[in-house]
Design a protein around this ligand. Structure first.
Ligand code: FAD
Ligand code: NAP
Length: 413
């Protein structure tokens, strides 16, 4: 609790002057009447409390360490005591000790909930990080392409001024989100990294608040620094893996934004295994500055003749006349050109990750597959004879949607 303010009261008819042992305002002074509340600052807060404590009070003027309070009737002993009590308690909410109590509470929540340390941040740009998380206890091996959970408490500060509409007690809970494990693929000398390291790499973009959606985790995550604590799930899971890929198959990775993360982990694995088929990695981003792994890919392209890396942007000045999406690269045949082979469903696996509109996942119903109105890669590949993963049936088109598209009208294939 904060310290009580020492108060001395001098009632004179309808007005009582309360002198305090510390200043509540500057020298300008603040006058407040009932019903008027323009600020969350100490003088307005104090006036609101005085009006609430005594309905006879009709004017409060606060200047420096003096509070002049007017009543509709003269002051009596009980009224003076009540008002002096309200003033004495003001700094319990504004005192430094209160902040310390909150800080203690947050530290306690962190130590109870967090199990890992943000051990390294490579800020490719202020809104796009490659980060490493070191768990307190070693984690069991998992497969390239899989994901886990990261979480931070709702009590953590946000990087933006958006307001989460928190339910009661939610400020003690954690905002949890799924994250694919990424990989930097090579070490400083250009050698492929081993599949498992003590820390786990993630590739995360800071999401801006939308008109309807207030992102919960990334605005809090991007307030963190190296050495800060967070929660990382110990279960690594997902079917977005290299299962079923034969050594001579061609493998095509298509992603948008940070959807590149699991592709990197799988590409490193294919190269470690000495994959014999061709590997093409296509990444579509808004701006060139949204590509955090280009240097590593350039090294791999130099070292592994069967590996190709292609990036496209959609919001650079040169895109103003014509925007090209991954789907267009399939339509024009550019993907096959870059792969150096036809998109043959008999010997090709395609991995799609990121923006669900690029993936264009169908709905499965009795009549067949129902694709979204906007053309996605799934429909293009389905029309070329590929089979999309569905429940336990593994096909040769694999996908990881980073969020779910809002429902729209759809067409049947
Ligand atoms: C299996 C899985 C793996 C994922 N892996 C990653 C990853 O490796 N890196 C990563 O940055 N995100 C990843 N995501 C998305 C991640 O879970 C969060 O949704 C994202 O970080 C935003 O969290 P948030 O709480 O700030 O906002 P949220 O409330 O989760 O999202 C708000 C909105 O932001 C948009 N959005 C969410 N994620 C992205 C994104 N990555 N890129 C562009 N727009 C987005 C969507 O419109 C979404 O509806 C993954 C999601 C899933 C389901
Ligand atoms: N990238 C940035 O400049 C940036 C900077 C700061 C914060 N953010 C935040 O990060 C979040 C995600 O941004 P992001 O750029 O990583 O991801 P994104 O919005 O999913 O965009 C990634 C790429 O996918 C493309 N795309 C969009 N719709 C498509 C479709 N139907 N088919 C195929 N491709 C499609 C985008 O093109 P379009 O150009 O057409 O969208 C873009 O090139 C947003 O919330 C944003 O506020 C982004």
């Amino acid at each position: 609790m904060g310290q009580l303010i020492q108060v001395e009261a001098t009632p004179m008819g309808r007005v009582a002057v309360f002198s305090t042992d510390r200043s509540i305002t500057g020298q300008d002074g603040v006058s407040v009447i009932p019903g008027e509340r323009e600020g969350e600052d100490p003088p307005h807060d104090l006036a609101a409390r005085l009006f609430g404590a005594d309905q006879q009070i009709d004017h409060v003027h606060v200047i420096s360490n003096t509070v002049a309070v007017r009543r509709m009737q003269s002051w009596d002993e009980e009224a003076v005591e009540r008002a002096a009590g309200v003033i004495a308690n003001l700094f319990i909410h504004y005192g430094e000790t209160e902040t310390a109590v909150e800080a203690d509470r947050f530290e306690h929540l962190r130590s109870e909930n967090y199990n890992a340390t943000l051990s390294h941040i490579r800020a490719h740009n202020p809104d796009l990080w490659v980060m490493k998380v070191t768990p307190d206890e070693p984690i069991d091996p998992f497969q390239p392409g899989q994901y886990t959970t990261l979480a931070l408490g709702y009590w953590e500060p946000r990087a933006d001024d958006a307001h989460d509409a928190l339910k009661p007690d939610q400020d003690q809970k954690m905002a949890r989100r799924s994250y694919s494990v990424s990989s930097s693929m090579i070490d400083e000398s250009g050698e492929l990294l081993p599949p498992h390291t003590p820390d786990v790499e993630f590739y995360i973009v800071k999401v801006k608040p939308g008109q309807q959606e207030i992102p919960a985790l990334t605005p809090r995550l991007f307030m963190k620094s190296e050495g800060d604590r967070l929660y990382m799930g110990r279960k690594f899971t997902g079917h977005y893996t290299l299962e079923g890929v034969e050594p001579t198959d061609n493998v095509v990775f298509l992603s948008t934004g940070t959807g590149e993360a699991p592709q990197n982990a799988m590409i490193a694995e294919l190269l470690r295994r000495g994959h014999e088929g061709r590997i093409l990695n296509v990444v579509c981003v808004r701006h060139k500055a949204d590509l955090a792994y280009t240097e590593q890919h350039a090294v791999l392209v130099d070292r592994y003749p069967a590996y190709r890396y292609l990036t496209i942007t959609t919001r650079e000045p040169e895109n103003e006349r014509e925007k090209v999406y991954i789907q267009d690269l399939i339509t024009t045949g550019r993907i096959e050109e870059e792969l150096g082979a036809p998109l043959d469903p008999q010997r090709t696996h395609v991995f799609l990750c990121g923006n669900p509109a690029m993936i264009g996942l169908p709905k499965w119903n009795e009549e067949g597959l129902v694709f979204p109105d906007t053309l996605g890669v799934c429909q293009q590949l389905h029309e070329r004879g590929f089979t999309i993963d569905h429940r336990k049936e593994r096909g040769n088109v694999h996908y990881e949607e980073y969020w779910t598209e809002k429902p729209d009208s759809s067409t049947t294939a």
